[in-house]
Design a protein around this ligand. Structure first.
Ligand SMILES: *Cc1c(COP(=O)(O)O)cnc(C)c1O
Length: 400
C-alpha cells in the first residue's frame, strides 16, 4: 500500500499515526489517546463526533447525499445561503459554493478579474498580495501565495501572471497602490493571521488602510478567511472589523466534517455579472458544489457556534494561553505569538523542533510542527486541563 502523502518527501516518510476512533478533542490510535492540538488542519472546531453535527449529516444521508446544483436545488443549500446572507457582515450576500478552500480562492480571483472585464475594463490584470501569503495549492493560488516551498515548481511553470507581494506594513501598502493602483483588480489577504506562512500576526490598522486605498483606487478587497473564519482570531470573522468585497470561507465551514467552501461576494461584485449576456456569467461549477451533506452540517455548525457562545470559549482559550506563556523565554525561540485560538512558537532554527512530534505523542498530544513553527490551533470545545496539557507540552520541550 502506498498513499502519496501531502507536502512530503516520501523517501523520508515518518509513519503516520493510524486513527481508529475520535471523539471530542481526542484521537484514538490502537494504543494511544492523543489530544488533537491542531484540529486536523484547523477545521475541527467543535471536536470529533459532535452529537448535533453527526445527527445532521446522518439525517441528510438518509434523504439524499448529493444532487448537482445546476438545474436542481435543495433545502440545505438554500438554508445555508440564507444563513450566510444574514450572518455575514455588510452586503456579503452572494455565496458561490465549492469543495475546497483553494477552489474558493480561485473563484474569488476569477470573479475579481471578470468584475472589470464585464465592465469593459481590460487592463486591471495585476493582483496585490502579501509576503508569506498562503492561499492554497492550485496554480493561481500558489502564484498569489508566497510560500517558499512552492517557488521551486512555480519557477518552471512559465507563468506570466503579475502578482505583487508586499510586507504587512502600511508604508509598503501605500507605495504599492501609488505604483500599481490603476492596474490592480484586487488585493487578496489572509486578514490578521497568516496561517501556513508561519502564523504571522499583524494589526487591523493595516486592513483599515487597505480598505481606504482599495476604495480610492477602485480595487476589490478579498479576504481569504479559509483559516481565520469562524473565530480563530478571536473575532467571528475579521470581516466583522473591516468589510471586504469578496470573502472566502472553508476549513471550519462544515465544522470540519466534510470538505466544503464558499466564495461570498457583495452586491457590487454580483451586479457586474448580472446581465442577459451569457459571456458575463461566472464560468465555474464544481461537481460537488452545494453538496447537501456539507450544507446540512455547515448549518448546524453555525447554529452551535452561535448558541453556545463560541467567542467566549475562544476568549478563554486566549486568556489561558497568554497566562501559560507569561515569562516564557528560551534562547532558541525567536518569538511567541498568540491570537484568539492560535499560539505559535517561532524558533530560530528548524532543528530546534526536530523530534517534537514524537515528544508530544509520548505526552498524549498530536502535533505537526513545520519549518520554524511549533503551534497549536485547538478545537474550541477543549477543557482547561487538556489545553494546559498541550501548552505544558510545548514549554516542556524547551526545558529538557
Ligand atoms: C487551507 C487554506 C486554503 C486552502 O484550502 P484547501 O481546502 O486546503 O484547498 C486557502 N487559504 C487559506 C488561508 C488556508 O489556510
Amino acid at each position: 500500500m502506498t498513499i502519496w502523502r501531502p507536502y512530503q518527501q516520501m523517501k523520508n516518510l515518518k509513519v503516520p499515526y493510524k486513527v481508529i476512533d475520535a471523539e471530542g478533542v481526542y484521537l484514538f490510535t490502537e494504543d494511544a489517546r492523543l489530544i488533537d492540538s491542531i484540529s486536523s488542519w484547523w477545521c475541527m472546531i467543535h471536536g470529533y463526533k459532535h452529537p448535533v453535527l453527526s445527527e445532521a449529516i446522518k439525517r441528510q444521508v438518509d434523504l439524499f447525499s448529493h444532487v448537482m446544483l445546476a438545474g436542481l436545488s435543495h433545502q440545505p443549500v438554500e438554508d445555508l445561503a440564507d444563513k450566510l446572507e444574514t450572518w455575514l457582515p455588510g452586503d456579503l450576500n452572494y455565496s458561490f459554493f465549492s469543495d475546497s478552500g483553494s477552489v474558493a480562492v480561485e473563484v474569488a480571483l476569477k470573479m475579481a478579474l471578470q468584475f472589470y472585464v464585464n465592465q469593459g475594463i481590460f487592463h486591471r490584470k495585476k493582483v496585490l498580495s502579501l509576503k508569506h501569503a498562503y492561499h492554497g495549492d492550485t496554480f493561481r493560488t500558489m502564484e498569489v501565495g508566497d510560500d517558499e516551498d512552492y517557488h521551486y515548481i512555480l519557477k518552471f511553470c512559465g507563468s506570466g501572471f503579475d502578482c505583487i507581494h508586499i510586507p504587512t506594513e502600511i508604508s509598503a501598502l501605500e507605495e504599492a497602490f501609488a505604483l500599481y493602483g490603476e492596474e490592480l483588480n484586487s488585493f487578496i489577504v489572509e486578514p490578521l493571521l497568516q496561517g501556513a506562512g508561519g502564523m504571522r500576526m499583524y494589526d487591523v490598522a493595516f486592513l483599515k488602510r487597505a480598505r481606504e486605498l482599495c476604495d480610492a483606487y477602485g480595487v476589490l478587497l478579498i479576504f481569504d478567511e479559509v483559516a481565520t473564519g469562524f473565530g480563530r482570531t478571536g473575532n467571528r470573522f475579521v470581516a466583522d472589523l473591516v468589510l471586504p468585497d469578496i470573502l472566502c470561507l472553508g476549513k471550519a465551514l462544515t465544522g470540519g466534517y466534510i470538505g466544503h467552501a464558499a466564495t461570498v461576494a457583495n452586491e457590487k461584485v454580483y451586479r457586474a455579472f448580472y446581465d442577459s449576456d451569457p459571456q458575463k456569467a461566472l464560468m465555474h461549477g464544481p461537481t460537488f458544489m452545494g453538496n447537501p451533506l456539507a450544507c446540512a452540517v455547515a448549518l448546524k455548525s453555525i447554529e452551535v457556534f452561535e448558541n453556545e457562545n463560541y467567542l467566549k470559549k475562544i476568549a478563554r482559550i486566549e486568556q489561558i494561553t497568554r497566562r501559560a506563556f507569561e515569562g516564557f523565554h528560551d534562547d532558541r525561540v525567536r518569538e511567541v505569538r498568540i491570537m484568539g485560538g492560535c499560539v505559535c512558537i517561532e524558533v530560530k532554527d528548524p532543528e530546534n523542533i526536530d523530534g517534537y512530534r514524537e515528544f508530544a505523542y509520548r505526552r498524549g498530544v498530536y502535533s505537526r510542527p513545520f519549518l520554524n513553527y511549533l503551534y497549536a490551533m485547538v478545537p474550541y470545545v477543549i477543557g482547561e486541563g487538556d489545553l494546559c496539557q498541550i501548552l505544558d507540552c510545548m514549554k516542556a520541550w524547551f526545558m529538557r
